[in-house]
Design a binder for this molecule. Sequence first.
Ligand code: CA
Length: 371
Amino acid sequence: MIRRSLLKSLGVSLMALGLAACSGSDKSASSTTQTADQPPAQTFQWKLVTSWPKNFPGLGEAPERFAREVERMSNGRLKIKVYGAGELVPALEVFDAVSRGTAEMGHAAAYYWKGKVPAAQFFATVPFGLTAQELNAWIMYGGGMELWREVYEPFGVIPFLGGNTGVQMGGWFNKEINSLADLKGLKMRIPGLGGEVLKRAGGTPVQLPGGEIFTALQTGTIDATEWVGPYNDLAFGLHKAAKYYYYPGWHEPGTSLEFTVNKKAFEALPKDLQAIIEVATRMINQDMLDEYTARNQAALDELVNKHGVVVKQFPDEVLKQLEEIARQTVAEIAAQDPMTQKVYESYLAFRKNVVQYHHLSEQAYINARSD
Ligand code: CA
């Protein structure tokens, strides 16, 4: 009995081996045929310029991670070299560099181009506007992406989402902000539409790339600054140049970063590599928000407990007045050209809709949560 069952199982094993051997030779035969029929896969070497110091936590790491994933998914057919701010082009010239093809790709924030493309600001962030979750929804499911493509089309640039910081902090100040009057005459690094709101409130907005903020604040070139949130602000050591850390970031309630791609370079890629870029940008977009959400509180603890930073909330009255100024400012800027007006109207309609539902979902839940 034992022998018979042993033989039987041996027989099965031999049969299995035979099949495996057959399928093995079939496989190698077919792969040889494939190789003979197909030309060697074309490889691409791209440059990606950024507005961030090389490998800066979160912002600078995202394009590096993107490049690694693209190389892995394309099996080395698309290799992307990432440049920090100033390595190939200055931080605030990323859009131009991608537009003229100096680099095939860029990673930055769309509000940096407000002087050239006013409508671009809406794809980064709007004071008292959409949160990260809501902005992603507008761009991917509310018509935002189609408009964004239309806005960048004349420059030969294709936009993709490139990460989101979530709600930012209100910024670093060396004096208390007790009323709107305390913003008068204040020279503050604050980009985009938030900067325009500060201007109407009597302050002087300054647009500086991240890498220049600390020195400007320390030497008194600026009186105050905002940057991102605890995780990023700690990395720049902004607590060494200012005492008060205000919240919430009314001016940047969920700032989207962007990947930009030179249109001609994109169209020269085979379809599968184009798809890899699309999918990898969406992955990085979510990944950055996940990372900030995970890391901000530990960084805030360090700022407060180790460095003695004083965390303060903007008074309700100040926020209320800023919201009113923001409403007027954004509407006026939008009215300056038809394209910006078109983007603004789409944004506004989506905001109205999503806010209604979020009042009884996200907001109601966060209010109901007791700790
Ligand atoms: Ca900011």
